[in-house]
Design a binder for this molecule. Structure first.
Ligand SMILES: [Zn+2]
Length: 326
């Protein structure tokens, strides 16, 4: 496990055991708030030990119901758990069956119990603790129950799996994810903590979000082209690799290639059974690809955006990708 401090009393823990999944802690004078847990008990215990030397954990926020973010929950004995209402439903309806399977396949999960949220919300909620304001907002697309958590005073966004090295929409869908990514572009952000992988610094945030939007558009276009050309799924996978959709294959130690292939297949299956969705994407995907911004008539408001501190020296790559350390 790798630990990084991104602001006074804000820590991010990255799993060395599973897909660089992250858990975070915000330590305040009135107790700590934890955002997500790590899937393997050994790593979550290390997280708890570290935080509790500083403050008791008052709240644990689940960003969505997936196992890699929630399996450590049962180890937090005295915290209140917060999540979107759908997260609770999905943990009950899918989580138990998934856990049974996971326990059978992986002995180190034998002791894991599902810990359900106590406080649930829809839309948005705010939490105040020790002088910090946490704004929790529904952000579906990766899953139906996804949320993001914004700390107003620090301008740090815990984007969970709304921001990943490659957007992953198998349990959600690309159009919803695109809408959730657009929301992020209007936010004032110093750091974005992804659900998996490295922390994104201010100078890289816009580019990263745009690159995810670009990827999803290209991925959908690839699927539309593939279905229109009567390609099989295998032909599609051969033709449209991850680079052809604008992302590199090396992130998350190569796992992103599997995520990309799964995105293609899920989108292919959805669009081949829903001709109206396919038709809706067709004209747009044909026209939207290269020359998007040129068509805009010289609108005054597009020009007046201040260019944000452009020329920071290039930062060395952070060490999070070497998370396997501990
Ligand atoms: Zn995840």
């Amino acid at each position: 496990m790798h630990r990084e401090r991104i602001s006074d009393d804000v820590y991010v823990f990255t799993s060395g055991m599973y897909a660089q999944v992250t858990a975070s802690a915000i330590v305040t004078s009135a107790g700590a708030v934890v955002i997500d847990t790590l899937p393997f008990p050994g790593e979550t215990r290390q997280v708890i030990e570290f935080i509790e030397r500083r403050a008791p954990v008052k709240y644990v926020i689940y960003t969505h119901y997936h196992a890699d973010h929630t399996y450590g929950g049962y180890l937090f004995r005295n915290a209140q758990f917060i999540a979107h209402a759908l997260c609770r439903d999905l943990l009950i309806n899918r989580g138990e069956a998934g856990l049974k399977l996971a326990r059978a396949q992986n002995p180190s999960l034998a002791e894991v119990q599902l810990r359900l949220p106590d406080l649930i919300f829809t839309g948005e909620m705010s939490l105040r603790l020790g002088g910090k304001t946490f704004v929790l907002t529904h952000s579906p697309g990766h899953t139906p129950d996804g949320i993001i958590v914004y700390i107003r005073e620090d301008k740090i966004l815990f984007a969970a799996d709304t921001v990943m090295p490659v957007p992953y929409i198998v349990d959600g869908d690309a159009p919803t994810m695109l809408r959730s990514l657009q929301v992020l572009k209007s936010m004032a952000l110093e750091n974005v903590v992804q659900g998996h992988g490295e922390i994104i610094l201010r100078g890289e945030i816009n580019e990263t979000i745009n690159s995810s939007i670009n990827y999803l558009n290209k991925m959908q276009t690839a699927v539309v082209n593939s279905i229109t050309a009567n390609q099989s799924r295998d032909d599609m996978l051969r033709e449209y690799d991850i680079e052809s959709c604008g992302k590199t294959r090396i992130a998350l130690n190569g796992l992103v290639q599997q995520l990309h292939a799964a995105n293609l297949i899920a989108t292919y299956d959805r669009l081949s059974t829903d001709k109206s969705k396919l038709a809706a994407l067709k004209p747009r995907s044909a026209a939207a690809a290269p020359a998007q911004s040129v068509g805009k008539s010289k609108s005054a408001k597009a020009e007046k955006k201040p260019v944000k501190s452009a020329n920071k020296p290039a930062k060395p790559k952070k060490s999070l990708s070497k998370a396997a350390g501990e």
